[in-house]
Design a protein around this ligand. Structure first.
Ligand SMILES: Nc1ncnc2c1ncn2[C@@H]1O[C@H](COP(=O)(O)OP(=O)(O)OP(=O)(O)O)[C@@H](O)[C@H]1O
Length: 598
């Protein structure tokens, strides 16, 4: 059989269903599409006749005489041929040029927007007329893909009226209250006279200016902040103007007043019509400290017009906007230190995320951001100026373990326990001539405290024996050292390997497996080289010295209480053994004291 060239067949009902019910996230978009068509028709007419009115009138279903919603424009209209080729052909649009490129002056482009009306109605009626036409055209399209077309008497003025009879479930969306809300959401910034008829008379709804268009002379932050409060619901800490001439983008990035780790959101308008209130692609992911509002003409939209199209242009715009935010931050840090400090106090996480990959930002963070150290608060630059080697611990837990003792001994240790900290320290050192860094394992602190001589240690040997028995299940090794502060009776130092080992035992304890065959399997996972946690008693502390001579029962109870206290003070994760000990240690000690040890 000879090869025949055939074309696809289209199941019209399926296509209409797909493009109306499944493309859009909500039936609310029907009004946006109708207003958009009316605005485009007005724009097209004014290209030939600049004095023509740019008026769009919406008559909600509960206000009109016939119970239907009407959108009336004085736009270019369609003749019979236009109705057949544009309105009755799915995917055809008059808003593209000969090459199929969307024209910048129009909002529409795909030739499917009208179908979104089938989300709220079973039939779309259009009455339309072009300038000087002998007659008008009435078209009715049904959601099964069929339509009728007839000529009607010309009114003598061009324009189009689209009418929708509400479908039961969506009727609410065609009533005045919803229409006003939808118009305020999507269309309040459009440059047309958009009027919604209500029972109380016509309401003018558009022509709102964007905050960057306000020219009332008030300072930038004040006037932009009012808009931000009104639309986004918060008072911004600062405002960063955004502009991208290549895509006609203008906007503001508002610095949010509270710390946030979420991806930055942008409220995006395209040619003044709202696209999305929640875009996550326009700004770089590290810009967690802002929420943006932009209007753009040169970025592609998805077919539902509810999101920016992710493509190379969007990637390039994102980079350029990121550069603008970065420049703003760097300039602020260089020229207005108090403001920069206020910014960093809230947004250190976002700034650190940037600094972890950007050298200029790293310099700012090193210079401005305060870090917690055992010798007080300092910037990285200050700390490095005092210490040749930056000693740091890289978890919060480790810092809690070492902070008191290191502070008392004057050992400078930096808390690099938050996200990005350790990476920033390493990058800073790599960029700073002569600087070095060293990550300190917490158990190393025992080498910074004084050992006792054999005679002094002998006094504590019986106490250490009791401690060993008490802490056998905790597998903590009791030792005695002399260290400052004298007021600290004991500390618990858990190193990396010991931490892993504690986790393993915690699992076994919880599952009740410690003594069965699984216990042996888990035990075999233990790191044989692991130094267990060190429970360090302070020989410089008077209570500990007295405890060395106390009776064994009091020693046992007091040691349990000291261990419990060290656990809490170090903020260590607890094994079930620890929890049980924590629950009983203090009550048992109190009991013992009250009953006089009897
Ligand atoms: N109010 C109107 N006045 C004049 N022509 C209109 C009107 N509404 C629709 N049309 C014509 O019908 C065509 C199809 O409209 P439709 O809304 O389906 O698609 P579009 O606006 O071209 O693109 P998009 O799918 O992006 O909305 C338009 O291109 C336009 O030619």
């Amino acid at each position: 059989m000879a090869e025949a060239d055939e074309v696809f067949h289209v199941d019209l009902r399926g296509v209409v269903d797909l493009l109306s019910h499944h493309l859009y996230s909500s039936p609310r978009v029907y009004l946006r599409e109708l207003v958009q068509n009316a605005v485009d028709a007005s724009t097209a007419r004014r290209e030939h006749d600049p004095s023509a009115p740019a008026t769009v009138r919406v008559v909600p279903a509960d206000v009109s005489a016939d119970g239907r919603l009407h959108v009336v424009d004085a736009g270019i209209g369609l003749d019979e041929h236009g109705v057949r080729t544009a309105l009755s052909t799915i995917g055809a649009s008059t808003k593209r040029d000969a090459l199929g490129m969307a024209r910048d002056s129009y909002l529409g482009r795909f030739g499917i927007g009208l179908l979104s009306c089938f989300l709220v109605t079973d039939e779309i009626a259009v009455e339309t007329e072009t300038a000087g036409a002998a007659h008008a055209v009435r078209w009715r399209g049904r959601d099964d893909g069929g339509y009728t077309l007839e000529r009607t008497t010309a009114r003598g003025t061009p324009g189009t009226t689209v009418s929708l009879a509400p479908r039961g479930s969506a009727a609410e969306l065609l009533r005045a209250a919803s229409v006003l809300r939808l118009v305020a959401t999507y269309a309040r910034h459009l440059d047309v006279d958009l009027v919604v008829e209500t029972a109380d008379g016509p309401v003018r709804c558009a022509r709102a200016r964007f905050p960057w268009e306000e020219a009332d002379g008030a300072p930038l932050l004040g006037r932009a902040a009012a808009w931000c409060q009104d639309v986004l619901g918060f008072a911004p800490l600062d405002v960063v103007p955004l502009a991208d001439p290549a895509t006609g983008l203008r906007g503001y990035a508002y610095v949010v007043p509270t710390a946030s780790a979420a991806r930055p959101t942008a409220r995006v308008y395209a040619q003044r019509m709202l696209v999305t209130e929640n875009d996550h692609d326009l700004l770089p992911p590290w810009a967690t400290f802002v929420r943006a509002v932009v209007d753009v003409s040169g970025l592609g939209l998805t077919a539902s017009r509810e999101a920016l199209r992710t493509d190379a242009t969007l990637d390039a715009v994102r980079d350029r906007l990121g550069a603008q935010l970065r420049t703003w931050l760097l300039r602020m840090a260089a020229t207005d230190r108090p403001r920069a400090q206020a910014f960093f106090a809230v947004h250190h996480l976002g700034a650190k995320a940037m600094a972890a990959q950007d050298d200029a930002m790293l310099d700012v963070v090193a210079d401005v951001l305060p870090w917690e150290t055992t010798t007080g608060t300092a910037t990285l630059t200050e700390f490095a100026a005092q210490q040749r080697i930056i000693t740091y611990v890289d978890t919060l837990e480790h810092f809690r373990q070492v902070a008191t003792v290191a502070a008392a001994q004057g050992i400078p240790v930096l808390n690099a326990g938050y996200a990005y900290d350790a990476a920033i320290v390493e990058r800073f050192v790599a960029r700073t001539p002569g600087a070095e860094s060293r990550r300190m394992p917490p158990e190393e602190l025992t080498t910074h405290v004084d050992r006792l001589d054999a005679d002094a240690e002998a006094v504590f040997l019986p106490l250490l024996d009791v401690a060993r028995a008490v802490l056998a299940r905790a597998e903590a090794e009791p030792i005695v050292r002399r260290f400052r502060p004298e007021s600290l009776q004991a500390m618990l130092l858990v190193g990396d390997a010991a931490e892993r080992d504690r986790d393993r035992r915690s699992v076994a304890d919880l599952a009740g497996l410690a003594d069965g065959p699984w216990g042996a399997a888990l035990a075999s996972l233990a790191d044989p080289t692991a130094a267990g946690p060190a429970f360090v008693l302070n020989a410089a502390n008077p209570s500990v010295r007295r405890l060395a001579g106390a009776d064994p029962t009091l020693q046992r109870l007091a040691l349990e209480a000291l261990y419990a206290h060290a656990l809490l003070a170090g903020g260590h994760p607890r094994t079930p053994f620890d929890s049980a000990l924590l629950a009983r240690a203090l009550p048992a000690l109190i009991d013992h004291v009250i009953t006089g040890g009897g």
